[in-house]
Design a protein around this ligand. Sequence first.
Ligand code: SF4
Ligand code: SF4
Length: 394
Amino acid sequence: MADQFPQPGDDRGAAAGAARIVDGAGLDAVIRGLRGRGYRTVGPAVRDRAISLAEISGVADLPRGWHDSQSPGSYRLTRGTDREIFGWAVGADSVKRQLLPPREVVWRAGASDRLPREEGPAESVPLALVGVRPCEVAALRILDRVLGGGQVADPRYAARRQDLFVCTVECGSPASTCFCTSMGTGPGAESGFDLAITEILEDEEPRYLVRVGSDRGAMVLNEVESRPATPQDEAARQEVLDRAESQMGLRLVTDGLPELLERNLEHPRWDQVASRCLSCGNCTQVCPTCFCVSVEDTTDLGGTVERRRRWASCFEVGHSYIHGGPVRPTTRSRYRQWATHKLGTWHAQFGTSGCVGCGRCIAWCPVGIDLREEVSAIRAGDGLRAAGPRSGGG
Ligand code: SF4
Ligand code: SF4
């Protein structure tokens, strides 16, 4: 279960005190303090014209002045001259890549080995994620449930997750593709972090309201020059969150969603979306909670055999291959599987939705399919179809 990991926000009662205010130099000191404690610090940085997660060593590496513009099928970064560091929503990259790499060697055996040698995670130093959004923290909790416990826990994920330090930054700049408020995962951070930061832009230089979520978060913050947050600072934080909420894009109505999808497996909208969907799998690759992997064995001329694990997608035709053929041979059946699992059957399997409302699958879908619109169309036709005949699946 998720609870096997240190859950930063869960010990807030012990660690949390009044919020503190730091300036840019203080934020820099937080990152440097984490590095001084032996963490590999990873945070937002501009890579390939998108916000990605990369190794950072201080505030200078963060995307100051960069802003994103996102809509279905579109993501653009623009550079301003302002001092805002966290003025963007999310890029394609997510925490998933840090804890479940897109490809890795699981075991290796040479010609003279009698048994294969297990390959552990390559990283031996603990990871600190700095500047990840609250929806990412929610995705982390979902991955913990899926990969971190139960009968099929993944030891590689668990090893990377064990000492993870989470410094989240609350969202003040949602994209039109974001719908975290619908999923209850943002724009504010409630738990699951060691430190939670809000960037406040009232003055020429931003200031940062920092809340503590764990004892180790408190230890890091205590080493940084700061002052207590005033009621004005707290009000300014609330304004950031209120503004973010008001800028959110389309909502996803979640009332009775698993049941809605279950009784609409033959809805004509699945045909309609299948006529646009390319089955490319982009949505699953960028989704921070899609966890499917496949393995492949390779042999080189020197006699070394490797088993490699890589991200897989339920949009691959072979993903559902059983006994001579795929169970889901059509794009219709594959899109329906993805959407109904993510928003419906995930609840029965893992106890929550599989979606955190980050909007990545919308922005990075090459044909601009919007999960919110698909669900809304199914909901709109729900009553009309309730008494109608059912046709064959596929
Ligand atoms: S389904 Fe889409 S919006 Fe939901 S978590 Fe995955 S990528 Fe984000
Ligand atoms: S919904 Fe979009 S991103 Fe996902 S498989 Fe279809 S075309 Fe690709």
